[in-house]
Write a protein that binds this ligand. Structure first.
Ligand code: CA
Length: 235
């Protein structure tokens, strides 16, 4: 993990969906932000007060204190930029989100690039310094090394040639070993808005990936198919 320094804008993410929280934090750190996370509303509110961030990404539906309440409470004494995330679409919710003092609003599901663009825009407006890109840690799993910053994957030191989505897929699995993910979950997490196919897209990429990471691609032991459920990365 990159060490926080004074030039990095501080972003607080309050979101109770584990996978989304992880993905948000990972992408924000990759952009050079110093990220803190909370999965409960009350924790998020406490963190925002104890160490005021430069920007808050705030889910609406949260255990503890909900996002709307947090936004109202913070607005009493703070003009920190707030982006609200909500699973509830529609104009009414949008207006509700803005009326309580949020600066921006993103209905779920949203694309990571869209979110990052809005974060940059809000920070620019509020005068926080542009993010300085910090080195990202290299992940290792068995004889693999993944460098998310360089977008390079190596096996036993040897560089693997990968399509961008194969790399994203391997990165995702490396970060979530020992858990079964359905094709739909994988599409959502790895492809997001870039997606123009069906669940078969996942199968095709898994097949390509296995050619590169499995000792015997016909009998996969690292990236396993779980019948009726999806895929599981053994790490
Ligand atoms: Ca939620």
């Amino acid at each position: 993990m990159a060490t926080a320094n004074a030039t990095q804008p501080k972003v607080l993410v309050v979101e109770d969906e584990d996978t989304l929280l992880f993905t948000l934090a990972h992408n924000l750190r990759r952009e050079g932000y110093a990220v803190r996370t909370a999965s409960r509303g009350d924790d998020g509110l406490k963190m925002a007060r104890e160490e005021p961030p430069d920007l808050i990404i705030l889910d609406v539906m949260l255990p503890g204190v909900d996002g709307v309440q947090i936004c109202r409470l913070l607005r009493r004494d703070s003009d920190v930029p707030i982006i609200m995330l909500t699973a509830l679409g529609g104009e009414r919710d949008r207006v509700a989100g803005l009326d309580i003092g949020a600066d921006d609003y993103l209905p779920k599901p949203f694309g990571m690039r869209e979110l990052l663009a809005r974060v940059r825009a809000l920070l620019r407006r509020s005068g926080a310094r542009p993010a300085k890109i910090s080195p990202t840690p290299v992940l290792t799993s068995g004889d693999f090394q993944l460098d998310p910053g360089r977008r390079e994957a190596r096996r036993g030191g040897e560089l693997l040639r990968m399509k961008p989505k194969e790399f994203d897929l391997l990165l995702f699995f490396t970060q979530h070993p020992g858990r079964v993910f359905s094709r739909e979950q994988i599409l959502d997490q790895v492809w997001g808005d870039d997606f123009f196919g069906g669940p078969r897209t996942v199968d095709v990429h898994v097949r390509w990936l296995r050619q590169k990471i499995e000792p015997d691609p016909a009998n996969p032991v690292r990236l396993r198919t779980v019948r009726g459920s999806g895929y599981l990365f053994e790490g």
